[in-house]
Structures are given as C-alpha cells and as structure tokens.
Design a binder for this molecule. Sequence first.
Ligand code: CTP
Length: 403
Amino acid sequence: MSALKGKHIILGITGGIAAYKSAALLRLFVKAGAEVQVVITPNGKEFITPVTLSALSGKPVVSEFFSANTGEWHSHVDLGLWADAMVIAPATASSIGKMANGIADNMLITTYLSAKCPVFIAPAMDLDMMAHPSTQRNIELLRSYGNHIIEPAEGELASHLVGKGRMEEPENILAFIENFFSEEKPLEGLKALVTAGPTYERIDPVRFIGNFSTGKMGYAIAEALSRKGAEVVLVSGPTALPEPVGVRTIRVESACQMLDVSRKEFDSCDIAVWTAAVADYAPAHPCNSKIKRQKAAIESIELVMNPDIAATLGQVRSSTQTLVGFALETDHGPENATKKLRSKNLDIVVLNSLEDSGAGFGTDTNKITIFDRCGSSESFPLKSKAEVAEDIVDYIIKFRNSK
Ligand code: CTP
C-alpha cells in the first residue's frame, strides 16, 4: 500500500512547459490513494487546462482568490491547513523567486506561505536560468526554510539545449514523496557528505590517469542517507550515473577539486562517508596542449602525490562528527582496514576485498566487513549495492546512538 493513501496533497502548478507532466503526476497521486487539490497560477493555465486537471483530481481547480462565477472566496489558509503535503511541480524560476521572497501575488504563493505541511519543490527551467546565481540563491533560501527540493534532471530541454533544468519525471517525484512518508527518519536534521566515483588526473587535455570506479556504491549510500532523513551533499568524480533524487550533487574531476569542494562542506556536516576511489598520484606537469605521438617511447611521466581527502579532513574533524572510510584491499584485508581506521582518524571503515567475487568495482553487488574505532566488527554476505548501502547507513545510525 502506498504511503500516500488517504493523504491530502496540494499540487501547485506554475507556468512552464513541464506543466504537461503535472497531469501524469496528478494521476499517480490519485492512483496512490491521495486526495489532490490542484492550485494553478494564471500562467500555468496557459500550459495545461484546468478541465484536464479537475477531471483527473475530481475537484475544481483553484487559481484565483475568488471564484469568477460565484464570488466565493478561496481560503488559502484553510487549504494550507488541510494539506499533508504541498508539491509544486513544475516550479518556474519566477515562482521560486516569489516563494523564496514572500511575494504573494497569486493564490499559489499565498497557499505556499500558509502551508504548515512538508513542501516539495520540483524546479523546471532552461539550463542557464537554472544555473543563474539568482535562481541558485532562491533555491538555497527555500532549502533553508526546510522545503524539499527535487533536483531537476539533466537532459534535453524544451529549448533543445541539453543540460540541467528538466523537471524530474513524475514517477521519480512520486517515489521521492512516498519515501518521505514511508520511512523512519533517524537522520532528520543532520547533514551528510559523501564522496564518490573515481578522480581523473589530467596528462593533457585529452588524456588522464583514472581508475575503474563507477561510483555505484557511493551513489547508493547517498540515496540511503537521504531516505533516512539526512540532507546529503554528494561530491562525485566523473561517472555515468544520474544524480540521485533529493541529493545535492556536485561534480568534480580531480582529487584536488574533490578536496576543495569537500572542505567547504565538511565543517557543517555531521556524517562524512569517503567512498571515492581517489587517484593517489597526478601528473606533475600536465600539458595544456595535446601531446603528439613521438618517434620513440615516452620513458616516464613524473607523478606527484595527491592529497588524501579522508586523512586531511580527519585532522580537522570534531568529535561529534562520524567519519566513514572504505578500504579496498587485495590482501591482508582486516589488518589494512583497521590501519586505515587509525591513520585517517575514521570512526568506521568498510572493507571490501577484491579477493571476494562479486565485490568491488563495476559490479552491482558487494561483500563487506565493517570495523569501528570501538573495536566492534560485523561481516555481511554478498548483497546488492543498494542493500549494502542500507547496512552501512544502519551501522552508522547504531554507532552514533551508542556514543
Ligand atoms: N581516500 C581519500 N583520498 C585519497 C585516497 C583515499 O579520501 N587520496 C579515502 C578513500 O575514499 C577511502 C579511504 O581513503 O575511504 C581508503 O582508500 P584506499 O584507496 O583503500 O586507501 P589508500 O589510502 O589510497 O591506501 P592504499 O591505496 O595504499 O591501499
């Protein structure tokens, strides 16, 4: 049974091309057993008709402060109190700006300001509008009010440009909100930082030193932390994976960039999970232009040490933070893992051994043993990476509760 059964949902629709997807989202909410009241902005009606929406929701659509026919006043206050959730999808740059700054010039914004329930906002706009500092600042403001931002996906936009700004698919918005209502949230109010994927260290503009990490384990952990209520920042090296819904993802290329971004997020985080397969060395003298084929072999490429992100930030940690590292080992697994626990000042280390088939890079499964600084350890059987992520997050919660 869906966690949305019997829930009262306000579906706010603003004036963007993605409003056509709102009909599909509305249908999914209704199929999940929710009662839905659509509130649409005047511009929203240019993109999708209230007739379609009222037919799907079984209720008249609210748009103006007064009903044009009867003069009846639509109480945004009553609506705000009625709702268990308010979902604004699509949310245009303009409506996001108004919500962030309290510009209550239409029924949707007044309802938003009156709502006491959790609010979910699915932005949709062109990539340049999305990237503009003004939009980004407004989104951060909404986040600081406790609203949940359902990050837009990357892909082809209505303008035919390709980038970030496409409203998340209705199925994913539904899953995000169902997750919110179905799970216990032991990490509510906490912030988690996750590094993931490989790093690429440039040799020249077209070549790099990297590794086979796909980022799957780190992305699964970021999602699992978010499901348990944490606000999650994922700092990801180059991967082919889509950004997890509900997680703020920052993409980087090299180890130095990953350290810079992680350092900025680190102080404010309660939990950090270092899953990235950070390249330990980088070319000392990357070329700015492509190295041409030589007549003879290139004898060597000089490499310099990269920073150790886990160890560097482990030096400046506070005792209230919980730091989790990974150890990928080919031999002497437990000894090497516990050594890393101490040398990187971690609380928990997750060992995955390349000796185990089905564990490590590229696979959809993993087999882990967890060690913590109090001397406890636990081994788990081979499981999917999503299940392994749940086990790791449960261990983190247990560890924090035992302190
Ligand atoms: N790590 C890191 N920065 C690095 C290297 C590693 O943050 N430059 C983190 C990884 O994300 C992981 C842990 O440290 O959580 C251990 O990584 P691993 O590659 O197993 O260890 P190394 O310290 O590189 O040691 P070695 O390669 O010698 O086993």
